[in-house]
Design a protein around this ligand. Structure first.
Ligand SMILES: [Zn+2]
Length: 192
């Protein structure tokens, strides 16, 4: 039996409150997408160094039942997040706007035991324990947090001079810094 043909597909609401209570025990599949501002994502907001207009994350969710031989069809959840956040650059300690994206696939299981028994070597998908009030908003937040680099940084060479150094003797500091480039130093050492 292909349950996809008989089960209703429900459109997810983009409202953050509704997203935190999704019934994954119901015999239905879901699809939906939306945009979440940083302030709608409390744990992500804690990481943000500042919030600029346009910062936030698009999300896209789709679930379907996949037939697995010899057992009940498994509910598969695909989640994609994509967006922009400002984090503290670990080189210059100033705001750094980063574009992030993450796509994941999960298998919805019925119990903690089933989740514990899930093969660890399966790095294509992770188990999620079904609930009638599943916190999908929390899962979207987890994915955004996972997409963040451990050490956020501006792209090489694009760090801005420190704000407090503006107005100090200009130019001089910039030109005297260039020979400090470690690659140039290395090149010179090799020549000698
Ligand atoms: Zn920087």
């Amino acid at each position: 039996m292909n349950r996809n043909q008989v089960l209703p597909q429900v459109e997810l609401s983009a409202d953050p409150k509704a997203l935190s209570r999704i019934d994954f025990c119901a015999p239905q599949s879901y699809q939906g997408s939306g945009f979440l501002e940083i302030k709608a994502l409390p744990r992500v907001a804690e990481e943000a160094s500042s919030v600029e207009p346009g910062d936030g994350f698009h999300w896209e969710v789709e679930t379907h039942f996949a037939n697995s031989p010899g057992s009940e069809p498994q509910q598969i959840l695909k989640l994609a997040v994509k967006g922009r956040i400002h984090l503290v650059c670990q080189s210059c300690l100033q705001d750094c706007g980063l574009d992030l994206a993450q796509e994941s696939r999960f298998v919805i299981v019925t119990s903690e035991e089933e989740a514990d028994a899930f093969p660890m070597e399966d790095d294509q998908q992770e188990p999620l324990v079904a609930s009638q009030h599943f916190d999908l908003l929390g899962l979207i937040e987890d994915e955004i947090l996972l997409s963040m680099p451990l050490i956020p940084k501006h792209p090489d060479g694009t760090c801005q001079p420190h704000a407090s150094s503006f107005g100090e003797v200009d130019g001089a500091a910039d030109t005297s810094e260039k020979p400090q480039n470690p690659f140039n130093i290395l090149k010179n050492m090799k020549k000698n």
